[in-house]
Design a protein around this ligand. Structure first.
Ligand code: PEP
Ligand code: CO
Length: 493
């Protein structure tokens, strides 16, 4: 690739004057009132942050002491929320551009974030791997990348089984650090309302640290050496990664030294947060009205999503989400029918507001070809625009003979490649990817350039819930997707 191509890919219309380091996080939006129904919740007379309580709510823990729960929720309702409405609005604008094909969404992080992950080294490694992946994607995809972390609040997990039995003893399942503890004792597994307060605190600490790293220059694309991780030097991917760094750094120098342009977006990138908004009474405490517009936002994260198990159009989660003004995502799996999806579009996306709804599909490599096309057609028939994103992790989970959950690199890549091709063949496009990954050197998924096998899984298997790509596998995945996107771009031009 020559330098001019790299410059074009880095900028793709997004070069803007350097803004002296100011970040949209700290810029107050213009004041105004919510005049129309584009902001959900503000003009709805039949919705409130508590209206979900009149609908069936799946996957909610039952606490032994309702009064302790109420006390914890009351305290949370008085605390500052974690993010602001204008950050959520900024993300919505960027997601709208991704839906038009002008940006690409990279979403990633743990399946279940742990309180113990609120550790500077672990947080820094998570940022590093997302930054490295996004750099590779910017380079391959010809467009700016939106970075969203499954972090600073991804503490609640849906469980297929309410209860777990070991050696004849049955206890409630572990539902994430927001609810209970993974140890197998009655004390550990009893839902504890104090964990709600601790989760809010840990999420705030994590986000505070992310913001300070980003603001302090850690995410500056002029200094990708800050993101170098130990394993890169010993990795089979090292040469390819260095080539991409070299090409990005030459493009930056060309922009700045030859054209005299400061690439603002490359100087200081944004990070947004996402989690499954599963525990509705917790989410309700963070749901606040923007005094400027009257619109309601769930300010526990910028980009909450509805999980596959709680996407019933008549259920409590859909009721809660229909009234919040955040950009939202909905997971869609093999059981989603075109009819149900159309009902969900009516409820969650009635005004076709740009950037409002992302559909994250997760079928598995063997089912995507059968399941995805009817849903693409259903969205087209509705006349609405959504951002399509692929989660190639959750449909590809399998158990080893020893009973460990794992995923094969080739299945994950296989589902992604098919997702790109199916969308392209149907005149739609895949605008984002959603991974479970960590910067740590875990051995939870099989395959990748280092050829991890089932025998390697016991070495560093840390996840309490789903298996994650490790840093090296995640970067390799980004390189392979970047190659796929570059090939699709060539086909289209
Ligand atoms: C998840 O993202 O961790 C998850 C549980 O996903 P899904 O709802 O798609 O199964
Ligand atoms: Co998961």
């Amino acid at each position: 690739m020559d330098l001019s191509q790299v410059v074009r890919r880095l900028c793709s219309g997004k070069v803007r004057p350097h803004r002296g380091g100011s970040s949209p996080f700290y810029v107050l939006p213009p004041r105004g009132i919510c005049e129309d129904s584009l902001f959900p919740g503000c003009t709805m007379t039949d919705w409130s942050p508590a209206s979900w309580r009149s609908k069936p709510a799946l996957q909610q823990p039952s606490y032994p002491s309702p009064s302790e729960l109420e006390a914890a929720l009351a305290e949370l309702s008085r605390m500052p929320p974690l993010v602001s409405p204008w950050e959520a609005d900024e993300l919505r604008t960027q997601l709208a551009q991704a839906a038009e094909g002008r940006r690409f969404l990279l979403e990633g992080g743990d399946c279940a974030e742990r309180f113990a992950d609120c550790d500077p080294a672990i947080i820094t490694d998570k940022l590093r791997i997302l930054l490295q992946m996004s750099l590779v994607l910017v380079h391959g995809a010809s467009k700016p990348v939106i970075r969203v972390g499954r972090f600073a609040g991804q503490y609640a997990k849906p469980r297929t089984e309410e209860l777990e039995t070991r050696n004849g003893i049955t206890l409630p399942s572990y539902r994430g650090d927001l609810v209970n503890r993974p140890g197998f004792t009655p004390e550990d597994r009893t839902p504890d309302p104090q964990l709600l307060l601790r989760a809010h605190g840990r999420a705030a600490l994590t986000l505070n640290y992310v913001r300070s790293l980003v603001k302090g220059g850690f995410a500056d694309l002029h200094h990708p050496e800050y993101w170098e991780m130990d394993w890169i030097a010993r990795s089979p991917l090292a040469a390819d990664y260095r080539r991409i760094l070299q090409s990005v750094s030459e493009a930056l120098s060309f922009l700045e030294n030859v054209l005299g342009i400061r690439a603002g977006e490359l100087q200081s990138v944004d990070f947004f947060t996402a989690h499954e908004a599963l525990h509705l009474s917790y989410e309700q405490t963070q749901t606040r009205q923007d005094p400027r517009t009257g619109a309601w936002y769930d300010l526990s994260a910028h980009f909450p999503w509805i999980g596959m198990r709680t996407s019933d159009p008549d259920g409590a989660h859909v009721e809660f989400f229909r009234g919040i003004s955040n950009p939202i995502a909905l997971k869609v799996g093999p059981t989603m029918t075109p009819e149900t999806l159309q009902r969900l579009l009516d409820i969650l996306h009635p005004h076709n507001q740009p950037g409002r709804l992302t559909l994250i599909h997760r079928f598995g490599v063997n089912r995507i070809e059968q399941c995805l096309p009817p849903l693409i057609e259903a969205v087209r028939a509705s006349g609405k625009t959504v951002l399509w994103c692929s989660d190639p992790m959750h449909g590809n989970t399998r158990l080893t003979e020893q009973g460990l959950k794992t995923r094969r690199f080739e299945d994950i890549l296989g589902e992604l490649v098919r997702a790109f091709e199916i969308h392209a063949a149907l005149g739609s496009h895949l605008g984002g990817v959603h991974f479970e990954l960590t910067g740590e050197n875990v051995t939870e998924c099989i395959g990748g350039a280092r050829g991890l096998s089932e025998q390697d899984l016991h070495r560093a298997y840390k996840s309490e819930v789903d298996p994650r790509l490790n840093g090296e596998q995640a970067l390799e995945m980004a390189m392979l997707i970047a190659r796929k996107m570059a090939a699709l771009n060539r086909r289209q031009t």
